[in-house]
Design a protein. Structure first.
Length: 279
């Protein structure tokens, strides 16, 4: 159902038991997700820019055709989150948008589709499909950069599911390090790319406004990596589209593939995440 979100053209998706999600045509960007329990589950900044001039701060930015600077685009995380997508289909519990956008740096003919589904168990699945519409193979990197709403980042932990994972530390020149633990806590800025992360990652939101809850992220094998990020105080202050204290209200856990994916002519790459919540 067409709607607006803070003035931006958007689609409302209604799921079973009263769950709902809202995504803008700008960036095919999920800006809101409310569970059957009525709780907000994703974070979108109060200072987010929604006039199409830039990527929306929060929600689920689609990083394509690159994650961060891992690709040819000068724009961090690529252009997909900065262009208008076309709504292909919307019906109960589901919405699909598509784009064929290219840029000076990425001209490969493609059709990229993003599907948001609200499932009967109250979970949400988001799926990215990248089809090579040209005659030559092309490569890309990607992430679904989800901002999870939490009661207090200092009382939130990310349970990775395994000790000894290798991560690239963006706060230390992207050096490869081994995490001896299996849990990430937030006592300062965290910006880590966990390589070959387990298929299920949990976020324990101890201070959630309606009592402790846990997000369960199931990622497809085509998203082998997971990025954990919180900007903390200093970086929060430097972001004009993010209030100074909002670092407390969110943590990012992003399903990703930071090594180049190559798609042959006529082939389609598919990656998905399914997020559920337990109390
Ligand atoms: O996913 C983590 C990260 O790459 C951080 O390094 C930080 O730059 C964040 O993404 C937000 O990037 P953005 O371009 O949306 O400001």
């Amino acid at each position: 159902m067409s709607t607006t979100y803070r003035g931006a053209r958007a689609i409302d998706v209604r799921g079973a038991e009263g769950s709902r999600a809202t995504l803008t045509e700008h960036g095919a960007h999920v800006v809101r997700w409310v569970g059957p329990d009525g709780d907000e589950r994703v974070f979108t900044s109060r200072a987010a820019v929604l006039d199409g001039a830039r990527a929306i701060r929060g929600g689920i930015p689609i990083c394509f055709p690159q994650f961060s600077d891992l690709g040819p685009c000068a724009t961090s995380h690529g252009f997909a989150r900065c262009v208008r997508w076309e709504t292909k289909e919307t019906r109960d519990g589901r919405c699909a948008m598509t784009t064929r956008a290219t840029s000076e740096e990425f001209k490969a003919p493609h059709e990229t589709t993003y599907e948001v589904e609200l499932l009967d168990d109250g979970s949400m699945r988001t799926t990215l499909r990248v089809r090579n519409a040209g005659a030559e193979a092309f490569g890309f990197t990607t992430a679904l950069h989800t901002y999870f709403r939490v009661g207090d980042a200092e009382r939130t932990r990310v349970e990775l599911g395994r000790r000894g994972l290798t991560y690239l530390d963006n706060l230390d020149g992207r050096r490869a390090k081994v995490d001896e633990g299996d849990t990430v806590v937030f006592e300062g800025e965290v910006d880590r790319i966990y390589k070959s992360a387990p298929g299920t990652i949990r976020i324990v939101d101890e201070a959630s406004s309606n009592g402790p809850r846990t997000f369960h992220i199931e990622k497809s094998e085509s998203f082998p990596d997971a990025v954990v990020w919180n900007p903390w105080i200093e970086k929060a202050r430097k972001m004009s589209d993010f209030d100074d204290d909002e670092y407390r209200e969110m943590v990012c856990v992003e399903v990703a593939c930071v090594d180049e994916i190559v798609v042959a002519p006529g082939s389609t790459w598919v990656g998905s995440q399914t997020i559920s919540v337990s109390k």
